[in-house]
Design a protein around this ligand. Structure first.
Ligand SMILES: Nc1nc2c(ncn2[C@@H]2O[C@H](COP(=O)(O)OP(=O)(O)OP(=O)(O)O)[C@@H](O)[C@H]2O)c(=O)[nH]1
Length: 307
């Protein structure tokens, strides 16, 4: 039986119900293209307009699906604009990385579509509202990076994000090297900005095929001044921490010190006694280990809740 697009989307809605994200991660709606691309199209070389059409396949919404166009459809929210929605907390997060490292798998988990094999309709931009530290944040996650894209489109990707997730596979050394290159490109493109970036070593479940160690990953993060986490999209390990972490990193840079301190205090209040004890012991051990200055710094790249 052939399903029409509406049926497929309704099915996806059902799958979204089984998302591994916790209940408080409410899905508002999913969009498969950057919001309003008219501005972008008018400013681009004609030959690239077709390329953008492929890139941003537009998906219609199923009738019951909640719409939020009032927040997102005006032209100020085009692909290339960024930062206009900080008050509404719509954060544009862009996935970067070599082919096959797991970007789309991570994105689908985030979008609640991890069970779908209908990649044609899965789209490449996901819009979710998640609650982090007791406050809601809206994330637009762009899974549109392709090595084969034109330089112009790559440049757009480098400019449009409020935050970046650079993914490599721990089973593929060359993807790790590519991740470093991407970090350098990003630094060049956004020189004066302090953009949140998380380096992600994915596919940790493939233990026997590992080519990049945790230490190599964190050392790279320290050198490139970004955060670091290892994930297994297949096992859903650390995926939630990754997306919560990116929200925290954005907030730490965007919001006032007072606001972040208040959040921190709230979090600590909610922390269990065992977590508090762990943190306390961690601090004592770190203080005693004076020779570990580098290690301490590299450890902090694992903590996605601090700068
Ligand atoms: N074992 C394992 N496989 C994974 C993991 N994440 C993704 N994969 C698999 O790796 C393959 C590539 O994953 P994708 O999500 O398509 O990778 P991508 O980075 O989006 O690739 P491109 O679209 O080519 O850029 C797929 O077969 C996934 O099922 C993981 O954590 N563990």
């Amino acid at each position: 039986m052939t399903l029409n697009k509406g049926d497929k989307l309704r099915n996806m809605d059902k799958r979204r119900g089984s998302t591994p994200f916790p209940m408080h991660h409410q899905t508002l709606h999913r969009r498969s293209m950057p919001v309003d691309d008219r501005e972008l199209r008018s400013s681009m070389p004609p030959v690239l307009a077709g390329e953008l059409s492929n890139l941003t396949r537009c998906t219609s919404y199923s009738p019951g699906e909640q719409h939020r166009d009032s927040c997102v459809s005006d032209s100020s929210d085009s692909v290339i604009s960024s930062g206009s929605d900080s008050d509404g907390h719509i954060y544009k997060v862009v996935l970067l990385g070599e082919h096959g490292v797991g970007k789309s798998t991570l994105a689908r988990i985030f979008g609640g579509l991890e069970d779908t094999h209908d990649y044609e309709d899965a789209g490449n931009t996901y819009d979710r509202s998640i609650v982090v530290d007791g406050e809601e944040a809206n994330i637009l996650l762009y899974d549109i990076w392709e090595q084969d894209n034109s330089q112009w489109l790559k440049d757009q990707c480098m400019c449009m994000g409020d935050a970046y997730i650079i993914v490599y596979s721990v089973t593929d050394k060359s993807s790790f090297e590519k991740a470093s290159e991407l970090r350098i490109q990003l630094r060049r493109a956004r020189q004066s900005e302090n953009i949140p970036i998380i380096l992600v070593g994915n596919k940790t479940d493939l233990v026997r095929s590992r080519e990049v160690s945790v230490d190599e990953g964190s050392a790279c993060a320290v050198v490139f001044d970004c955060k670091f986490i290892e994930t297994s999209a297949s096992l859903h390990h650390n995926v939630r921490n990754l997306f919560e972490g990116i929200v925290r990193q954005i907030r730490l840079r965007r919001d006032s010190k007072e606001e972040n301190a208040r959040r921190m205090a709230n979090c600590k209040r909610r922390e269990s006694i065992s977590k508090k004890a762990k943190r306390f012991l961690g601090r004592i051990v770190a203080r005693k280990n004076k020779k570990m200055a580098f290690r301490q710094k590299s450890k902090s790249c694992h903590d996605l809740s601090v700068l």
